[in-house]
Design a protein around this ligand. Sequence first.
Ligand code: SF4
Length: 602
Amino acid sequence: MISTQTIINRHRKDPTRLIDLLRDVQAERGCIDRDSRAEIARSLGLSEVEVEGVVSFYHFFSRTPVGRYAVYLNNSIASLMKGRASVAHAFEKEAGCRFGSVSPDGLIGLHDTSCLGMSDQEPSAIINGVIFTRLTPIRVRSLVLGMKTGRKVQDLVTEYGDGANQSSLIKAMVSNNIRKRGPILFGPYDSGVAVRRALSRSPEEIVAEIKNAGLLGRGGAGFPTGLKWDFCRRQKSGRHYVVCNADEGEPGTFKDRVILTELPRLLFEGMSIAGYAIGAAEGILYLRAEYAYLRDYLESVLETLRAENLLGKDIAKHSGFHFDITIKSGAGAYVCGEESGLLQSAEGKRGEPRNRPPFPVETGYLNESTTVNNVETLCAAAQIIAHGALWFRSLGTSRSTGTKLLSVSGDCERPGIYEVEFGLTVQELLDMAGSKDAHAVQVGGPSGTCVARPDFRRKICFEDLPTGGSVIVFGPWRDIFEIVQNFMDFFIEESCGWCTPCRVGNVLLKRKLEKIIAGRGTEDDLREMEDWGRLIKAFSRCGLGQTSPNPILTTLQGFREQYMKVLRKDTPFVPDFDLSAATLDAALATNRPPVLEEASHE
Ligand code: SF4
């Protein structure tokens, strides 16, 4: 076993590499035990509390052993819809332990985790960093047998996916499922052309070109990219940084995974162009933990680009433009998709979002001016420089120019990746994906909008239905309440806990929802949920809390009749505390009649 000190030295005792360092310790020892935490703190000049705080923040770190084979099974709605329950049951039966525990011999640990970015091939799991997709109970049996006979996890992968997933540095059973290739992301691309064109012009002209193209951030928020680069460039910061947000954690999103797999050169070219535009010499690719299986491959692409003089010193023989990219890993935290949480994490800290202002363009990575851009945004920027703003503006709508990469999953015949022009209607997308009887479509993941059938003519674009890329289709047999509960569980689990409206409010909302589903709700409860939802959105510090009530609020709009069906009509008020349920066990144990709810109202 490699010693913790060796791992610390490998990371040059650099506190900003704490997440990568801890990932290595976790992988080597199966946990980050007390002695390791103390040794890391000593060597990096941190307090033990700081290290402890980081370890406790991320899903994929543990202070106790997670099992020699650590199974993390996705519990997102897309996984549930494709048979997660039977797969989980098979794991428990074969491994001899329940989810949330480790088998008595310490061999297998079963753990729940949020969306792995594989919604088009669920149920999926990560086992010791290796991805397994389309799991079935039969497959689980052979996997656990392999673990019990001591096989390497990578050797349990029986088939590889398509495209670069088959390359010797990935070897993953992940499929790209590219269903529609559009003109920008999947259009003509000649590596190096865009960066050479950029270098033949001034940085100000590059910023102007991106502004003219009307490029809006593809992560979902839609901030104008050219404006962000302009703010950044004008900052009198000692250094500037380009940070690529490759932490797509919104359940149902997997489009950046496909870009990282198939178009890494385009992405890195976009980062270089951003670096030239804002005056940065360093770029960071922040790669979500779930995509760590792509890291060696991405590192090799960076090496090739250095060899081709498309990264490094005097790029493309342009004297004075030096730019290089390093990769930093996340460790499992949805909130790190929020740009200031991401920067905290990239600095080796807990991924708690910062107060804004100041914004990252003013005080970003290591307090220097930083542009944080989505994977797809940077790819689009490179294509704009290669083909021109006019060409880009000719696609999409007047306010939402260009195309959008959508990750489609759920009840449809052709789940996968679709590059479409902005302005496409939900119905048109359903037709492409092969869904004839969709009842609801979740656009933008849990933080987005649940669109009901009468609204399928709505358009996917920033002026109507914005999305970072997630589209989940629900057939008429799906239970809307199960979907909303799953989304609320997700937000409760992922809240960093810093602010009260998000930490407490979402739990209260979920309890209220459960009361309604149990048939104990009244119209007053619906009104309260709407009021509380608005409060949580208004007073939460970051995007997570500001969007977390959306599953309830948007289904109250589109599916109100389903809520009305289960409400009590005979009384205007039912207390939140269910006395009859709370006393049922005691009544049974003492052989007394249970307290009736009606009696408890009196
Ligand atoms: Fe943390 Fe939620 Fe507040 Fe964001 S809104 S800072 S996730 S508690």
